[in-house]
Every structure is written in structure tokens, then in C-alpha cells.
Design a protein around this ligand. Sequence first.
Ligand SMILES: [Zn+2]
Length: 176
Amino acid sequence: MLWPGPENYRFCPLCGGRLENRLLKAGEPERLVCTACGFVFYIDPKLAVLALVPYKGGLVMARRAIEPGYGLWVAPGGFVDVGELVEDAVVRETLEEVNLRVRVIDNGFGIPEKYIDKIFERFFRVKDEKTRYITGTGLGLPIVKGLVDSLGGIIEVTSAVGEGSTFTVLLPLQPG
Ligand SMILES: [Zn+2]
């Protein structure tokens, strides 16, 4: 079954009045507006989460049992519910899909601001007194960046030394 897209919505969810397409602001797409109460039905893109769970040198993957993408391997993830925290959504989806209870924690050292632009370069590693004994290749983030780039997305990072880092990945619904 094809899910009925927003273009098929006909009635206002508030008052039941008829919706019609109106150009509210030049440069933006037309919006569905209620002809009775004026409610603007913004069709917001859904926020989704993806868990990259390290396991035995690889990542935990799940095989899709439903369309779209039936049979394809994906990292556990899914849509964030209304009002749900992103961190809670990724924990819930990972439990639902691969039966693993994960935690989203960054108790890392944080990344000094002068290195922020370098962390996506291959083999780059922040080396100081605290991190020198941690082994690693400096390839993890460049691989993630490469994946995000290939999907036409963006990755952002904020970090505070001594507190930790937050990585945000934004992906378009249609690659490219
Ligand atoms: Zn209405």
C-alpha cells in the first residue's frame, strides 16, 4: 500500500474545514491552509535516529523485514516520536530492532577547538597527555564523514574539553 502523502490531505485536523494549497511566502513551497480557520498544515520532515553499535570489530546490523528496503541490511534506527528525546529514541529503536539495550554517553575528553576542523581527516588523532594511551587508527570519523557525504548529508560537531562531544548527522530522505 502506498502511504497517502500530504498532497492527499484534504481536511483540517483542527476544524474539519477544507484545506487548499496557498503560497504564503515567496520562495517557499505552497502550504496546506485551512479555508475555514486558517490553520497552516506544515508538513515537517520526520526526525530519525540511527545507532552505530560497535561489536567485535564491526557494527550491529539488522535485516529489514518490511518494505521499503525489505531484506536490506541497516543499522538499527527509526523515527523519533513526537516529544521524544533523540537519545531515548535511539535506545528504544535499538532495543526493538536488535534486542540490545544501548546507552548514549559521551564521557570523552572533548575536542579542543583548534582540532575540530581536522577530526574528519584520515589518520588524524588528538594527541595529548590524556589521550596518548588510547589506541585507534584515526579512521572512524573519516569513514562516517564519507558515508554522510555519499548520502548528501551533513555532519556537525560541538565539543567542550573535559565534558564531551556531540555529533549531529543530517541526511536527506532521498540520497543526492
Ligand atoms: Zn481549520
